[in-house]
Design a protein around this ligand. Structure first.
Ligand code: NDP
Length: 334
C-alpha cells in the first residue's frame, strides 16, 4: 500500500519533497469495516489548504499523516453490511492505494449501480464540485432570469458548472479564465455568453464590455485583484457567494486585500460557504446534476493524470492553470 505522508508544510508551491512516499502492508479490515482499493483521487485546491496550518474549516493534516483527499474506490473485502464487494464508494480515501471504510466517522458513500457517467465525473460534475456550484449559486447567489452571473476560474471544475447552471436558469453567464483556449472553451463548448481573459493586459476593459448591465451574482473562486475588479461592477443588492480564493493559497496571502466599499455602497450580500454546509440536500442536488448531464444540458470535462505517484506534481496544475474541468488522478484500473 503506497501512501503519501505529509513531511513538511509547503511554503509556496507544493513540492514532492513535502511528502514521504512510503510502502506499507495492505491493511486488514476489522469488524464493521471494509477494505477499499482507491481508483481515482480528486485533486482540489483545498488540498493545499489542508497541507498548511492556516485557520481553516477542518483540522490541518498532521505532519506524518497520510495526505487527506477525496476519491472513489472499490470494495475488495468487507466485514460490514453497508459495503458489498465490488461496490464503488466515494469519500475521503487519502493519497494512497488502499484505505479502510467504516460505519462511523470514516464511512463512505456507496454509489448507485449502473451509473450513466464515468467514475471521474462522480468526483466532478456529479460529485462534490458539481454540488459546490449548484448550492453556492442557487442557494446563495439566487440568480433570477435576466441576471448577469459572473464566475472566476470559469474553465475549472466548479466554475464551468456554475456558468452552465446560470444559463439553465435564464441568466447571462460571464466567465473569467486564463488564456484563449479556456476562453474559447467556455463560450463555444459550454455556452457562456462572454469570457474575459485575465492574462491579457486589457482584462479590465474586457470585463466592462462583458457586463454592460453590471453584475448581479459574483461566484467568487479567486479573490485578490480579480475579486476587487468584479466587486466594483456589482449592482445594488447583488449577491456574492464566496467559494474560494485560490490566488492566495500558495502565497499565504489571504487574497482579501481589496476595496470593500462596494459592499456598503451597493449593499452586496457576501456569504462564504463550504459545500458540506448543504450536506442534508446532497441527494437532491446530485439527482438534478445527473439529470442535466443526461439531458445534455450540462457538459463536463475531466483532466486525468495517471498514477498515484504523480499526485504531488499534478496538484500544481490547479495553481498553474494546467487543468480544464475537474482534475483527477487515476490510481488503478476500474
Ligand atoms: P479548478 O478546476 O477551478 O482549478 C483551479 C483554477 O483556478 C486553475 O485551473 C486556474 O485557471 C485558476 N487559478 C489558479 N490560480 C489563479 C490565480 N492566481 N488567479 C486566477 N485564477 C487562478 O478548481 P476547483 O473548481 O476545484 O476550485 C475552484 C475554487 O473553488 C477554488 O478557490 C476552491 O478553493 C474553491 N472550492 C470551494 C469549495 C467550497 O466548498 N467552498 C469546494 C470546491 C472548491 P486559469 O487557467 O483560468 O488561471
Amino acid at each position: 500500500n503506497r501512501q503519501f505522508r505529509l513531511k513538511t508544510r509547503p511554503t509556496g508551491r507544493i513540492e514532492t519533497s513535502n511528502f514521504d512516499f512510503v510502502e506499507q502492508p495492505i491493511p486488514e479490515p476489522g469488524p464493521g469495516e471494509a477494505l477499499i482499493r482507491v481508483l481515482y483521487l480528486s485533486l482540489d485546491p483545498t488540498n493545499r489548504i489542508w497541507m498548511s496550518d492556516m485557520d481553516q474549516y477542518m483540522p490541518p493534516v498532521e505532519i506524518g499523516a497520510v495526505m487527506r483527499g477525496g476519491g472513489i474506490g472499490v470494495v475488495v473485502k468487507s466485514n460490514s453490511a453497508r459495503y458489498k464487494e465490488g461496490d464503488h464508494v466515494s469519500g475521503l480515501t487519502g493519497w494512497q492505494d488502499y484505505c479502510i471504510a467504516d460505519e462511523g466517522m470514516n464511512a463512505m458513500g456507496v454509489l448507485p449501480k449502473g451509473l450513466p457517467v464515468g467514475l471521474p465525473t462522480m468526483l466532478g460534475a456529479c460529485g462534490m464540485t458539481g454540488l459546490t456550484a449548484y448550492f453556492g449559486l442557487l442557494e446563495l447567489g439566487r440568480p433570477e432570469p435576466g441576471n448577469t452571473v459572473l464566475v472566476s476560474a470559469a474553465a475549472g471544475a466548479v466554475g464551468s458548472i456554475v456558468g452552465q447552471i446560470a444559463k439553465i436558469k435564464g441568466c447571462r453567464a460571464v466567465g473569467i479564465a486564463g488564456g484563449p483556449d479556456k476562453c474559447r472553451h467556455i463560450v463555444e463548448d459550454l455556452g457562456f455568453d462572454a469570457a474575459v481573459d485575465y492574462k491579457r493586459k486589457d482584462w479590465r476593459e474586457q470585463l466592462a464590455a462583458a457586463t454592460p448591465d453590471g453584475i448581479d451574482v459574483n461566484f467568487e473562486n479567486v479573490g485578490g485583484e480579480i475579486m476587487e475588479a468584479v466587486m466594483a461592477r456589482m449592482n445594488l443588492f447583488s449577491r456574492m457567494p464566496l467559494c474560494g480564493m485560490i490566488s492566495g493559497y500558495n502565497t499565504g496571502d489571504p487574497a482579501m486585500r481589496a476595496d470593500f466599499s462596494p459592499i456598503l455602497m451597493r449593499r452586496i450580500e457576501v456569504q462564504g460557504f463550504i459545500v458540506v454546509d448543504f450536506m442534508a440536500k446532497f441527494a437532491e442536488g446530485a439527482t438534478q446534476l445527473a439529470t442535466w448531464v443526461a439531458e445534455g444540458k450540462l457538459k463536463h470535462r475531466e483532466t486525468i493524470v495517471d498514477g498515484l505517484e504523480n499526485a504531488p506534481v499534478a496538484v500544481n496544475k490547479l495553481f498553474d492553470g494546467g487543468n480544464i474541468g475537474k482534475l483527477v488522478v487515476k490510481v488503478a484500473e476500474a
